[in-house]
Design a protein around this ligand. Structure first.
Ligand SMILES: [Zn+2]
Length: 281
């Protein structure tokens, strides 16, 4: 990990190949498969990838080299990710691969900081998958969306994109029969900001309760048992459903107390939904 710190100032090799944007230490962990021929994007992504490895290793090592595949268009990304009609998606992570829409295709959101954020998010997914399973077994480990996305969103510091606790509490009070954590799949695509906001805030709450060490304990438990419920309960001292129910109550109570006039939830959601980089699944 110390070696990787040197990568940011590595000199550019004279022959331009995607891989030459990385130092020898980074090349051992990251392979760039460029399908765009866009040198500027490759440089941007290579630098962001090195940073992302550092940030994501908060949860454990990158144990298997990761291929970053740069696709020229959003459609090409959707095909590679086997997803359809997810206009906000910019990346898709698997056990040792990340599919990316090349930044210059994002339209107005190519700033290095945004690329860095995307790579941190996706690399966190990769580290989590590698920590809990093997290349052949990772798709069999059932980890709830709120935990996966909350972990990636918090690690990549995307809280500024997410609903605040107050906004979430207000939404929850208005939708008493909806559950954006355990019942995220039942909510429509319009509620994507709620699902990601709920995931982010719950993971933050979990961190406040059990710290990084507790989260790593959950990952250890998952590796040993492949079962989220038990791994979470052992590390957090409460079943996931109980933790989430308590958190929901906290949010609802805080929002009821602070019923100050402000932008309604509907206004917040309509302002968030069209954001092309609102989330990186
Ligand atoms: Zn994600």
């Amino acid at each position: 990990m110390a070696l990787l710190l040197l990568v940011g100032c590595a000199a550019r090799a004279p022959t331009r190949s995607p891989q030459s944007e990385l130092s020898a230490a980074a090349q051992a962990l990251i392979h760039i498969d460029d399908r765009t021929g866009n040198d500027g994007d490759v440089v941007l992504v290579a630098r962001a990838a090195v940073d992302a490895v550092h940030v994501a290793q908060r949860w454990g090592s990158v144990l298997h080299p990761v291929t970053l595949r740069l696709h020229p268009t959003h459609d090409a990304l959707e095909v590679a990710a086997h997803q359809k009609d997810v206009p906000w998606m910019r990346g898709w992570a698997r056990f040792d691969e990340v599919e990316l829409e090349t930044p210059s295709s994002w339209g107005g959101h190519r700033a290095p900081a945004t690329v860095r954020e995307l790579l941190r998010h996706e690399m966190t997914h990769v580290v989590m998958y590698q920590q809990v399973s093997t290349r052949d077994g990772w798709t069999q480990v059932n980890i709830p969306l709120w935990f996966r996305e909350g972990m990636a969103s918090v690690t990549s510091q995307q809280g500024y994109r997410r609903m605040t606790g107050e906004q979430l509490g207000e939404w929850l009070r208005q939708h008493p029969s909806h559950d954006p954590w355990m019942g995220a799949d039942a909510l429509g695509p319009d509620t994507q900001p709620v699902v990601y906001g709920a995931a982010h805030r719950a993971f933050e709450r979990l961190l406040a309760r059990i710290s990084d060490e507790g989260v790593r304990k959950i990952l250890d438990g998952l590796r040993q048992s492949g079962e989220f419920e038990g791994a979470f309960t052992t590390a957090a001292g409460a079943r996931p459903a109980v933790f989430l129910a308590n958190f929901r109550r906290e949010l609802e109570q805080a929002s009821a107390l602070g019923d100050a006039p402000g932008p309604g939830v509907a206004a917040v959601l309509s302002a968030m939904s069209p954001n092309p980089t609102a989330a990186f699944p």
